[in-house]
Design a protein around this ligand. Structure first.
Ligand code: PEP
Ligand code: MG
Length: 577
């Protein structure tokens, strides 16, 4: 029987594939298929990893420091016993041969199975041993991942069928890991439209539905799934007729995407000749490839915090320098707006020790950087050095008060002074901008604008903080509304003040990439949009069809409409014309 679950379509399009249910109890292992001829070598690779881990455990046992607790030897003995059990050191080899898969995947499957068995044991002492099984399996996995399979010619083959990831919840750091794996789509039980997990999903440009509540419990590994990212629906084990219907929809969607590609080289201008800048949002340096592919005029938002995730310590200055240099070099002379570290709230990192009770209102973004000035200085030094190689700009997130802004500006001066004293070359004249993403900053924008070279409106947080709605919480997602009159007022006020003061302003929140809102933003006076590259052409299509002079009066009426129903009706009319 087909099951239909309704959630929130966070990334459009259609995906059809087999479910792969993700669990945090499971090891995060890459998965790929191998040609039959390469399987014996894969078995040998697994054997070599077992030998290496056994040696490492023996070596540890022989070098136990004096005074170490006596349990340490017993603990190492136990791990050696677990490693030498055929259920761990032999069974995965059988799986490699049976499933034709890589060693990491076979190990992850077998260890999940073993862990589940231990967790089911009644005796509490033996039950707790599942942690030891996991630790040994993790050691093996790390060893394997440090010595990945050599790619023989055509050694890997595509999985037979596309896979769809099913999870209860995914953190932004999980999503960053999944960026390297080829899923056809993903679904989660939790999450909101502009959570960073959803933003990353859109950046993968694969269909995704969140806030499904029960998908993780109802779906089983290997179920056939259809994701309708347009309607926000997940179908589980649909009948053949429904699958055919969705294959047709998928085909039509792809044709439409292909047609849009014709706009790639068109100049971004309205019908009445107003030039509109279309910039890209990126999360990792490698995302510039897509920005260039979509012909973005520059990078309007580089969310640098993703460089800091999935690691025990922040990246050092040289590593960051290299990341920024890479992006600047790839973009040639096009501008690259590098946002300083914005961790906290839903973007946590293991090395952040002070976690607030209410992290969205706590030590996040520039607040954290001012509390940990060394982290900020390291990043700013790296940006200033890299800025010599291209057109870099610094963007400060989540500014709320002028004193914070002044402290941040003073630290940037300190970084320059340090580099100067050390004789390290850097660029002196890097423009500095601020994000307007908290109502206080929008209302007081005049004073911020006078101290800054440019502004960028972060509508994701502006909505969260104005409407008091956690952007990651699916239970209040229905209240998260970009068309709320308060939001429209704050955005339009910011645009007006920036224009009056002659300070360049763009929008880099998700509103900029929503083609339904393009005309509204154009009518409010916006001429610079920054969004994930996947949305650029659809927004450009709207720009090419629009006549700004005809938008100003209806947008003025829409802004005065007040009630949400009237605003929606006026927006629909604006988009029809
Ligand atoms: C925003 O808040 O709109 C924004 C662009 O920043 P982030 O989504 O990374 O918080
Ligand atoms: Mg933000």
């Amino acid at each position: 029987m087909t099951l239909a679950l309704h959630g929130l379509g966070v990334s459009s399009g259609y995906a059809i594939g087999l479910a792969q249910v993700f669990s945090h109890d499971r090891l995060e292992a890459p998965h790929y298929q191998l040609r039959k001829a390469d399987l014996p070598a894969e078995v040998e690779r697994f054997d070599a990893a077992v030998v290496a881990v056994r040696l490492a455990l023996t070596d540890l046992g022989q070098h136990i420091p004096e005074g170490a607790p006596s349990e340490l030897q017993a603990f190492l003995d136990l791990h050696r016993l677990i490693l030498d059990d055929s259920l761990l050191c032999e069974a995965p080899k059988q799986l490699i041969l049976e499933l034709g898969c890589n060693a990491e995947w076979a190990l992850a499957q077998q260890s999940s199975h073993l862990i589940a068995q231990f967790q089911g044991i009644e005796d509490p002492y033996f039950r707790e041993r599942w942690h030891d099984v996991r630790q040994v399996a993790e050691k093996l996995l790390k060893e394997l991942m440090g010595h990945p399979a050599k790619e023989s010619e055509g050694g890997r083959k595509q999985a037979e069928e596309p896979t769809i990831l099913v999870a209860h919840d995914l953190s932004p750091s999980d999503m960053i890991l999944f960026k390297q794996q080829a899923y056809a789509g993903f679904v989660t039980d939790l999450g909101g439209q502009t959570s960073h997990t959803a933003i990353l999903a859109r950046s993968l440009n694969i269909p995704a539905v969140m806030a499904l509540h029960t998908a993780h419990a109802l779906v089983q590994d290997g179920d056939w799934l259809v994701i309708d990212g347009v309607a926000g629906v997940l179908l589980v084990n649909p009948d053949a007729h429904t699958m055919d219907e969705y294959r047709l929809r998928q085909h039509a969607w792809m044709l439409e995407q292909k047609k849009l590609r014709r706009l790639k080289t068109s100049v971004s201008k309205t019908l009445d000749g107003q030039a509109v800048e279309l910039l890209a949002n990126i999360d990792l340096p490698e995302d510039v490839v897509e920005a260039i592919e979509e012909n973005a005029a520059g990078v309007g938002l580089f969310r640098t915090e993703f460089l800091y995730m999935n690691r025990n310590l922040p990246p050092d200055e040289d590593e960051q320098f290299e990341a920024y240099r890479q992006v600047l070099a790839a973009m040639h002379d096009r501008p690259v707006v590098i946002r300083t570290l914005d961790v906290g709230a839903d973007k946590s990192v293991p090395w952040m020790t002070q976690v607030s009770e209410n992290p969205a209102l706590g030590l996040r973004a520039i607040r954290l950087c001012l509390a940990e000035p060394q982290i900020f200085l390291t990043q700013v030094r790296a940006i200033l050095r890299a800025a010599q190689t291209g057109s870099a700009r610094i963007l400060i997130p989540m500014i709320v008060s002028l004193s914070e802004l002044d402290q941040a500006l003073a630290l940037i001066e300190t970084a320059k002074q340090q580099l100067c004293d050390e004789g390290v070359p850097f660029c002196e004249a890097v423009p500095i901008g601020g994000m307007i993403e908290v109502p206080a900053a929008a209302l007081a924008v005049e004073w911020f604008a006078k101290r800054l070279d440019f502004l960028s409106i972060g509508t994701n947080d502006l909505i969260q903080y104005t409407l008091a709605i956690d952007r990651t919480d699916d239970s209040v997602v229905h209240l998260y509304d970009p068309l709320h009159p308060a939001i429209l007022h704050l955005v339009s006020h910011t645009l007006r003040v920036a224009k009056r003061l002659g300070v360049p302003v763009s929008v880099c929140g998700e509103m900029a990439g929503d083609a339904h809102l393009t005309r509204l933003l154009l009518g409010m006076g916006l001429r610079s949009f920054s969004m994930h590259p996947a949305h650029l052409l659809r927004v450009k299509q709207q720009i090419l069809r629009s006549h700004v002079a005809d938008l100003v009066a209806p947008v003025g009426r829409l802004l005065r409409a007040g009630e949400i129903d009237r605003i929606q009706a006026k927006l629909a009319r604006l988009n029809e014309a």
